[in-house]
Design a protein around this ligand. Structure first.
Ligand code: XIL
Length: 371
């Protein structure tokens, strides 16, 4: 009898704990769950969400404060305040850190590529600027930032169809040439040999683009360029791409990259609930998340996390691009040819930072499936 009572007690207690488990706890044995912090989280109107972040997540990424335009808006004028705040918060709360990003075709000031006179800088000049920038940032945060997206989105879908290397036409490519990618990785390894160095990109499920990314990454590894892993941006929609395609894409990446010792992460996860080209009416219709879309999004998250969990031995982590719906980058969309504010609902927490229970529970359930 006493045994039975004890068993009942243990069962009750564990189901209680299950009901209250956070993402961080539920996924502790699977992979590292992370979220991005924007300016508002760090020092703006959403600082309150930092409490939630440390309860729910085990890792953080900076949405903007480690981008070049924020760290070094003018030559030699480093502004470390916001980035320091990000790193301090992570350190004080025992959160892992995945930083973002050194080399990207966006949010990089013009002065990096042109002198004040307007004359374009030489390859060597730009290489020196790149090395100095990476060096300043990585030595400052040595031992405190675990991993970096060193290069982001270097392959473009159209370029991948037009030429074998698939390289996007960027200022980096024009100024330095195709080896800008490997140079960035070498500078990064020299600046902090302990940090994990990643290549990050989106649209891996596009076959031409995936082939070009795999060719690039495998080529870097073959030539001894210090790259440690790949980040797969997860900016998904309710039904696009189909889950089978996401699954097949991950399996191919695992088969191609894991034998080379590279890590794989899902970065920038969100589920956009608006149609690809919404009309104004459609965008307005979703000002609050209706019941049907709430369920559809929960099912999408269930599918995504089933796929991630089934492959968890090959996944280092999953990072959401944001915390609550109210601060998501997807609240601005191309609408009738212009970028306009919309009301989107892509994440697991709503505008009041409450769990969106159907989607949230679906994710937690996925963590518990096939142990
Ligand atoms: C976005 C940020 O979320 C926005 O706040 C900013 O205005 C533009 O950049 N892919 C990336 C991220 O790699 O850096 C982008 O972040 C989202 C798409």
């Amino acid at each position: 009898m006493r045994c039975l009572l004890l068993l009942l007690f243990v069962l009750l207690a564990s189901s209680q704990a299950a009901a209250q488990a956070t993402l961080r706890e539920a996924f502790a044995h699977r992979f590292v769950m992370g979220a991005t912090l924007g300016d508002d989280h760090l020092f703006g109107r959403a600082v309150g969400s930092l409490e939630l972040v440390k309860r729910e997540f085990a890792a953080v990424s900076p949405e903007n404060v480690l981008k070049w335009n924020r760290l070094q808006p003018r030559p030699g004028d480093f502004r470390f305040g916001p980035a320091d705040r990000f790193v301090d918060y992570a350190e004080q709360n025992n959160l892992r850190t995945l930083a973002h990003v050194f080399v990207w075709h966006k949010q990089t000031p013009d002065w990096v590529f042109a002198r004040p006179s307007g004359r374009r800088r030489s390859r060597d000049e730009v290489l020196v600027l790149l090395r100095e920038h990476i060096d300043r940032v990585m030595t400052r945060y040595r031992g405190r930032i675990d991993a970096y997206d060193v290069v982001n989105e270097a392959i473009a879908p159209d370029a991948a169809r037009a030429k074998p290397d698939g390289l996007r036409d960027t200022e980096w490519l024009r100024a330095i040439g195709p080896d800008y990618i490997e140079q960035a990785f070498r500078f990064a390894r020299a600046a902090d040999p302990g940090a994990e160095l990643l290549y990050n990109d989106y649209l891996f499920h596009d076959p031409a683009k995936r082939r070009a990314i795999l060719r690039l990454v495998k080529n870097l590894v073959r030539r001894g360029v210090p790259i440690d892993g790949v980040g797969v941006q997860g900016h998904y929609r309710l039904n696009d791409p189909p889950i089978e395609q996401i699954e097949a894409t991950l399996d191919e990446l695992i088969a191609e990259l894991r034998p080379l010792g590279l890590t794989i992460r899902i970065t920038e996860l969100d589920v956009n609930v608006l149609p690809r080209d919404p009309t104004r009416t459609q965008a307005l219709a979703l000002r609050t998340l209706d019941e049907a879309t709430t369920q559809e999004q929960a099912e999408r998250y269930a599918d995504l996390f089933r796929v991630f969990v089934e492959r968890s031995e090959h996944l280092e982590g999953v990072t959401f691009w944001g915390v609550g719906d109210g601060r998501s980058w997807l609240n601005r969309l191309e609408l009738e040819g212009k970028r306009r504010p919309v009301v989107n609902h892509p994440l697991l927490f709503d505008r009041k930072l409450q769990r969106k229970q159907p989607a949230y529970d679906a994710v937690i359930r996925a963590a518990r499936a096939n142990p």
